[in-house]
Ligand binder design. Structure first.
Ligand code: SAM
Length: 219
């Protein structure tokens, strides 16, 4: 990319922060700083790089999507992250949301069911120097028990219900943010807090549209 092209992307990134994020109520300074730091154009195909800072999803390999910037920021803010939190993401996709999370917490664990996406995200993290993200290829509806419990879990695909393994792998005091709905296409974004070992509190945040979460405890 030319120097002029890069300058334009820097400008568009600032517009994204000001208009799509701050303008729509994102206030967490750590989230805003992370969204400013991660170059979204690196997570999409070169042919659509110029559209990287529009507030919409974009296609990635495997018929999947990279979520719109506002939703990434909103879900990240909803996790109420602290620096030392252990975070699990289900649905690595392009790796963009994991990269944003990795600027806020020390380690991010991310699970992706499609090998092609897991591999390209790994290569991207290596190229960009994001060394604190660990990817596992598999069915994320089962979580990733090896590193549990997690202080925060975020699911970036729409589930028919909250997968029980994710509830089990949530630490007491932990937050789970997940799109849930009876249709594969429209969901409610839900936040579940584990307030005690057997006590979970659920709240509905907003309406969202995600590709389906496919797996043993998904679609
Ligand atoms: N977080 C991603 C990003 O920043 O690019 C966007 C994720 S995309 C909307 C949803 C992803 O969830 C897809 O990559 C899809 O393959 C993945 N997925 C669907 N079901 C899954 C499952 N059971 N386990 C892990 N990943 C799954």
């Amino acid at each position: 990319m030319t120097a002029q092209g890069l300058e334009m992307l820097d400008y568009l990134r600032e517009v994204m922060i000001r208009e799509h994020l701050q303008g729509r109520g994102i206030r967490d300074t750590a989230v805003l700083a992370a969204m400013r730091e991660v170059p979204r154009e690196e997570f999409v195909d070169e042919r659509v790089a110029a559209k990287a800072y529009g507030d919409h999803p974009l296609p990635i390999a495997g018929g999947q999507t990279i979520s719109q910037p506002y939703i990434v920021a909103y879900m990240t803010e909803a996790l109420e992250l602290k620096h030392n939190d252990r975070v699990l993401e289900i649905g690595t996709g392009s790796g963009y949301a994991a990269a944003v999370l990795s600027r806020i917490v020390t380690t991010v664990y991310s699970v992706e069911r499609l090998d092609v996406l897991a591999q390209s995200a790994r290569q991207r993290f290596e190229r960009l120097g994001y060394t604190n993200i660990v990817i596992h290829e598999g069915d994320g509806t089962l979580g990733w028990p090896d590193h549990a419990p997690y202080d925060a879990i975020v699911v970036t695909a729409g589930a028919p219900r909250v997968p029980p393994p994710l509830l089990e792998q949530l630490a007491t005091g932990g937050r789970l943010v997940i799109p849930v709905g009876s249709s594969c296409e429209v969901q409610s974004l839900i936040r579940v807090r584990r307030v005690a070992e057997h006590d979970y509190r659920r709240e509905e945040l907003c309406g969202v549209r995600f590709v389906p979460l496919i797996g043993a405890a998904g679609w």
